[in-house]
Ligand binder design. Structure first.
Ligand code: SAH
Length: 290
């Protein structure tokens, strides 16, 4: 309890000293719950070999603890004022194994890392997750808005089955770790949060990188119109799979289904009813055209 009060106090004090008003548009909700902070750090199972990527470090609530337990932390913060505060704090604390980057984490390339541990800015949950999933790493401990975390594990055919769950299906195991309530942050967000563990999977050895790339495109195209029938969804999202001309794609899909009974069936299903394996089959069958 003592610690918990002191993290809240410390955070408010720092923000006050620098005259900072937190910016909602940047998802600035700072963790003030020391018990949850300890939990997040412990889930990371850190050793002095680990290089940790942190997106949105804020004033360093996680960063400083991560740095003490790992070889190096790479922290990417977009807000220049906050970035400068963190830089000063790290110097004051004599911490020199943090590589601080001032930029938009959705846009900058990530240096090499093997773990990602972050209380993420929620407004970039989706693009940042798709982005870091393209890198090779061992473990992710990530705080999301709870509603988003729930969507990561949704099964086919349910209302919330999404591009996210279809992508994660081949990429990572998702484990729900703990719920975090709004009072654990300042300012308190309106929603609950959740910490999840992502363990990247070895993609099935029968699926090549190229096939997975096409799968990613097909998934993206399909879920733009997830209640439409598969074929119509593909036609409506043709730009995503590399087609400008509607007629041309229609003809290609027609030829493809005439050559393959299964494809014909899949084309009539709505996206939300297609299992990831079926979407993989569709993309493999279409790969010669896409
Ligand atoms: N990890 C800190 C702060 C979380 S709030 C803590 O737990 O207290 C999220 C932080 O992400 C804010 O500091 C915000 O300025 C930063 N941020 C928002 N959008 C960002 C982006 N696109 N790239 C990098 N940082 C971003």
């Amino acid at each position: 309890m003592q610690d918990q009060l002191s993290l809240a106090k410390e955070t408010k004090q720092i923000l006050q000293n620098y005259g900072i008003r937190l910016n909602k548009n940047l998802g600035q909700n700072y963790l003030i719950d020391d018990f949850k902070r300890k939990k997040i750090i412990n889930y990371g199972n850190l050793t002095k070999e680990d290089v940790v990527l942190e997106i949105g470090p804020g004033i360093g609530t996680l960063t400083i603890e991560l740095a003490k337990r790992s070889k190096k932390v790479i922290a990417i913060e977009q807000d220049t004022t906050i970035f400068n505060i963190l830089k000063e704090r790290l110097t004051a604390e004599d911490i020199n194994n943090v590589e601080l980057i001032n930029g938009d984490a959705v846009k900058v390339d990530f240096p090499k890392f093997n773990k990602i541990i972050s209380n993420l800015p929620y407004q970039i949950s989706s693009p940042i997750t798709f982005k870091f999933l393209e890198y090779d790493f061992d473990l992710g401990i990530l705080m999301y808005q709870k509603e988003f975390a729930d969507r990561m594990n949704i099964k086919v055919g349910t209302k919330r089955y999404s591009r996210l769950s279809a992508m994660l299906y081949y990429k990572a195991d998702v484990e729900f770790l703990t719920k975090v309530s709004p009072e654990s942050f300042i300012p308190s967000p309106k929603v609950d949060s959740a910490v999840v563990k992502l363990t990247p999977k070895e993609i099935d050895e029968n699926i090549s990188d190229q096939e997975y790339k096409i799968y990613s495109k097909v998934v993206k195209a399909l879920f733009q119109h997830k209640n439409k029938k598969c074929k119509n969804a593909l036609i409506d999202s043709r730009h995503i799979i590399g087609f400008k001309d509607k007629k041309e794609l229609k003809q290609i899909l027609k030829n493809a289904e005439e050559n393959n009974e299964k494809l014909k069936e899949y084309f009539l299903e709505r996206t939300i009813n297609l299992y990831p394996e079926e979407i993989m089959e569709i993309s493999t069958l279409l790969s010669e055209y896409i």
